[in-house]
Structures are given as C-alpha cells and as structure tokens.
Design a protein around this ligand. Structure first.
Ligand SMILES: [Cu+2]
Length: 339
C-alpha cells in the first residue's frame, strides 16, 4: 500500500492527531473518531461523515484536521457553523478521470478550526469525495485525523500493518473499507445470472438477453454517465457488443475499469465486449460498463433512458435504462414498474 504509506508520511507538522475508527462508537473509552459509513464501493461517490464522540481527556475539541489519502479525489468539505474551514490542496499521486475530465490535484487536507465542542457533546464533520481506488491489498483507505483540544490533542493516525487487525490499535485512523463488488445493501435487487433473462426489464435479440439496465443521476454539467446491465449469450457462438446509440449522448462506448497500483482506471474497449456462448457478463460500476459520452442532458433519478445496443451477430436491440440516484450502488430498487 504505497498510497497509504505516502498518505501517512504527509506532514502534519506540529500537530498530532485524534481520530478513531471502529464503526461502532459512542461508548466510553472505546469511542474513537470514526466514519459513520465505514464502507464504500470503488469508483463511487462517497459522503464521509467523521464522528467525534468526545474531547481530549475532558478538554473541549477546538480543531479537527483530516488527511485525504491517495485515491480519494474531488474532495469537497462541508462548512460548519461556528467553525472556520480551510483546505490544503496538492498534487495527486497520479492523474484520475472524473466526470470525463482528467484531474491531477485537489484537496489533501481539511481543517475545521475555531470551534468549541465540549467533551460531553459529540459532533460530525462532513465532506464529499470520489473513491477512485480499490484500496489495494488492505481493501481500505485511512484518513489520519488529529483532534486538537483546548488542552492537548489526540492523533488518530495509526494505520494497521498488513494482516494486522485494526482492533489492536489504540488510536486508529478512521478507515473506509472499499468493496469492488456490486453492493447488495440499500435494498438493491439482485438478478441471478442467466435466470435473469426474463421479466419486464429484460430485452432480447437473437440469442442475446439483456437484463436490468440502469444508470445514475448525473450532476449538472456532467459530460459522461455510466450504464450497467447484465448480458447473457444463450447461443452456441460467441458474440460481441460492438456499438450503441442514444438520444441522450453524442456517442456510446464500452469501457473497462481496472485496478493498477491501487488505483482504478478506465479504458475504452475498442473491439467491443465479447460474450462467450452460455456466458453472462455483468456490467457494473467497478468493471465493464457502458459509457455515455458527450452527455446532452442531465439525468435525473426516476427517469428512463432509451438506447440501442448493437451486437456483432445478434444485431441491434432497444433497451431502457432506469436512472438511479446519484451515487447509487446498484440498480434502482423498484425498476420493474415500467413496460
Ligand atoms: Cu467509462
């Protein structure tokens, strides 16, 4: 995890920190500084809510400093009444693609200061971010945090070594587990491979069946959107998803998300996406996906998007993508109401 090491070595200068992570909190000595939502998917939008459950040995908290690890990009902190917000920007370890643009720098540290959070109160500190890493071998990223108090400070900056349980740490850095599979949580429905090749949001052409296409609501001005679905080849010969058209985008591409050095990257599949005979290929936010390029309008949750997909052998088929919420981890939970 060079990312994490690099993040760790970043200077917190004269301060030490107070942060913690357990996923549970708010109970006596075990209450660390933690992220309220301790898990996110690779390549997803994430709302980080840091929970500070108490002061430093009875002293009130007056500042909270959070370091942003490599692979966490496009960070936007939420201002807080009574606190002064400041950020330090810096170069990322590598370039990332975000909403169709290459980004090479951004917020690396957030400081909320000048507040006064009594020891017997708790509060939350929030920022939005994009998770552009799969977390490497640890399948996690860490946000070293320093809690500065009217008297003293606590450095929640310990990062577990490989194979080490975070539970053994006294002052663990708030951690975020990264999953690369499609989220099951949040009421997302799940289809089952080839069995999904029926039902109202299934589309067929020749030996090809496409199930449960979905996409996400987009921020205003976004130029790209991903599309996800399951495609099954019920034939005896391989076929290939080679093209597509839609009114909402200038062009349709097929991409692959892959991990290298702990960083998720996208690459266009110039030869299309092969589906072998009998195979079900799932297009997901962390893997293969449809990419709507040069988006012509904003996508809103609850909308539907029609698109035509073209297969080398089976030909063209019109499908309907359900638009889920921004940051949706899987298809809308009630995608079966149309048709
Ligand atoms: Cu893409």
């Amino acid at each position: 995890m060079t990312n994490i090491q690099a993040g760790c070595a970043r200077p917190f200068k004269t301060l030490s920190f107070v942060a913690a992570f357990t996923g549970i909190a708010m109970s006596g000595a075990a209450a660390h500084v933690t992220l309220v939502t301790p898990e996110a998917r690779a390549n997803s939008q994430y709302k980080a809510v840091l929970q500070v459950p108490h002061g430093c040995d009875g002293a009130a908290t007056i500042a909270v400093r959070v370091q942003i690890p490599d692979g966490v990009i496009a960070v936007k902190p939420m201002p807080k009444a009574g606190w002064t917000l400041s950020t330090t920007r810096g170069a990322y370890a590598k370039a990332y693609e975000n909403h169709g643009r290459e980004v090479t720098e951004g917020v690396r540290e957030i400081v909320w200061s000048g507040g006064n959070l009594a020891d017997d109160h708790f509060d939350e500190f929030t920022f939005a971010a994009r998770i552009a890493t799969d977390g490497g071998a640890a399948k996690a990223v860490y946000f070293p945090t320093v809690q500065q108090c009217s008297k003293g400070e606590v450095a929640w900056t310990e990062i577990p070594a490989a194979q080490q349980s975070p539970h053994g740490l006294k002052k663990p850095a708030p951690s975020l587990r990264i999953s690369t599979t499609v989220a099951q949580a949040g009421g997302g429905h799940e289809h089952h491979g080839a069995a999904a090749a029926s039902g109202p949001d299934t589309f067929k052409v020749g030996d090809i069946a496409i199930a449960a296409p979905w996409t996400r609501a987009t921020p205003r001005g976004a130029k790209v959107a991903g599309g996800y679905l399951k495609v099954t080849n019920n034939g005896a010969a391989a076929d290939r998803l080679v093209g597509g058209t839609t009114d909402i985008a200038g062009r349709v591409e097929f991409h692959e998300m892959s991990e290298s050095g702990g960083v998720m990257r996208m690459r266009a599949l110039d030869a299309g996406l092969e589906i072998k005979p009998g195979q079900m290929v799932e297009l997901t936010p962390g893997g293969y996906h449809v990419m709507f390029m040069d988006l012509k309008r904003q996508l809103k949750a609850g909308d539907t998007v029609k698109a035509t997909l073209r297969f080398e052998k089976a030909g063209s088929v019109e499908v309907t993508f359900q638009v889920g919420a921004v940051g949706a981890g899987s298809g809308p939970s009630t995608p079966h109401h149309h048709h």
